[in-house]
Design a protein around this ligand. Structure first.
Ligand code: FAD
Length: 384
């Protein structure tokens, strides 16, 4: 049995793994990191090639391992995959991949009485983690504690609109976008009010596509200089929701879009001008809420992602509002579980901090669970 299993080797999972190791737990022995991807990079390895490092909001350093100053014109996918790979190798984190966790459940059948003094004491019962290896081989392991950092990439969000399923053109999500050149000379409707949508519109326009933009609310471009505390504002607003058990709100819903010279030029050229909300679709057209109708070839849904948490369904953590009641990285209903990269920590900075917080909280809990003669060096743990 493991002391801790970490699911996901993105920024959040890697930060957690680093702090577990740094404080005395041995990778592959005391804790195990499982990752569904075939190689390092978390969600970043899937980002489209034209998302260069310079076009991203920025990648926060992993702990004690500076990213340095890579060429900002290179694809972020390549840079981050290489960076995470070097981090994993340097710290010998022994990530097991590709290994997709399919379920996490209670282990009521566990017979080790030293761990299960009474069925009424669920905290001491281990969790069972089931995962699939590439040849469809299924494995099951047990762990005292779990840190889940599975991000959002596997859960693209497609909103519902009447007629969308009868639309005869191509529909794709940010998740599947590769290159603006694929849409040259098409009429493309881009849906969504975030930075991905704004960047797609500019790239599509440059590649010779004719673009239309739909947002539910008028896009709000804000100067970042005017609010140097925006990062903390996001954290506060999202934390308030997750503490109340509501699903996390999107970052753009809190911050607005950052005004940059590139976006200003797009506004001036009329490319970043929203036609408002969608009413419905026809086989070849979109009808906007204001009644106007436009022929279109393609719909690009830049409508964001949801937390990828299906593997935790057996633990029944969801509230009626769809969210999970959180206190920082702790899950109110399940003291054996920590969620990282969820809600307010869904940025590289937030994920790095959450990974550390979860590792320290897990180590503290392990101290209370430790049996005499535990093999790992918890006595050397520094809970700073
Ligand atoms: P991820 O990087 O998504 O890592 C999760 C890992 O878990 C993946 O490797 C995945 O394969 C694995 N996994 C998932 N499910 C399972 C499972 N069931 N079993 C095993 N493994 C599993 N943030 C910024 O700070 N700066 C930016 O510039 C920025 N740009 C973004 C652009 C886009 C288009 C998007 C969608 C997000 C962006 N973000 C950005 C937010 C970004 O998601 C976070 O910054 C951060 O990378 C998330 O890290 P993570 O570790 O939580 O998740």
């Amino acid at each position: 049995m493991y002391q801790v299993v970490v699911i996901g080797a993105g920024q959040a999972g890697l930060a957690a793994a680093y702090h577990l190791k740094r404080r005395g737990l041995i990778p592959g022995q005391d804790f195990l990191v499982l990752d569904a991807n075939p190689g390092p990079g978390g969600a970043w390895r899937h980002r489209w090639p034209s998302l260069t490092l310079g076009a991203a909001h920025g990648i926060h350093d992993l702990p004690d391992f500076p990213l340095g100053e890579p060429d900002p014109s290179r694809p972020a996918a390549e840079i981050v995959a290489d960076y995470y790979g070097r981090f994993e190798a340097h710290h010998e984190l022994q990530v097991l991949r590709p290994a997709r966790v399919t379920s996490v459940s209670d282990s009521p059948e566990h017979t080790d009485t030293s761990l299960s003094p009474s069925p009424d004491e669920p905290v001491r019962r281990p969790l069972t983690v089931q995962f699939e290896l590439p040849n469809q081989e299924t494995r099951s392991i047990q762990t005292r504690l779990l840190i889940s950092g599975t991000g959002t990439w596997d859960k693209p969000y497609w909103p519902y609109y009447p007629g969308a399923s009868e639309f005869s053109g191509r529909q794709l999500h940010t998740h599947d976008f590769r290159s603006a050149e694929d849409f040259a000379s098409q009429r493309v409707l881009v849906v969504g009010g975030g930075t991905s949508a704004a960047q797609f519109l500019l790239q599509l326009d440059e590649a010779g596509a004719e673009t239309l933009w739909s947002t539910r609310r008028p896009p709000e471009f804000r100067s970042l200089e005017k609010n140097p505390d925006w990062g903390r504002d996001v954290e506060r607003a999202v934390n308030e929701r997750t503490r109340a058990g509501l699903p996390p709100i999107s970052v753009v819903g809190v911050t607005g879009l950052p005004m940059t010279p590139m976006y200003q030029a797009g506004i001036d050229a009329g490319v970043l001008r929203s036609r408002g909300a969608i009413d419905s679709f026809g086989p070849h057209s979109v009808t906007f809420r204001d009644g106007s109708v436009e022929e279109i070839d393609t719909i690009l849904w830049a409508t964001g992602f949801r937390a990828s948490l299906d593997h935790l369904a057996p633990l029944k953590l969801r509230e009626p509002g769809g969210g999970i009641v959180m206190d920082g990285v702790r899950v109110a209903k399940e003291p054996r579980l920590f969620l990282v990269g969820y809600g307010a920590s869904a940025s590289t900075l937030g994920a790095t901090r959450a990974g550390r917080a979860a590792a320290l909280a897990a180590l503290k809990r392990l101290e209370t669970l430790a049996e005499p003669g535990e093999t790992f060096a918890l006595s050397g743990v520094r809970l700073d």
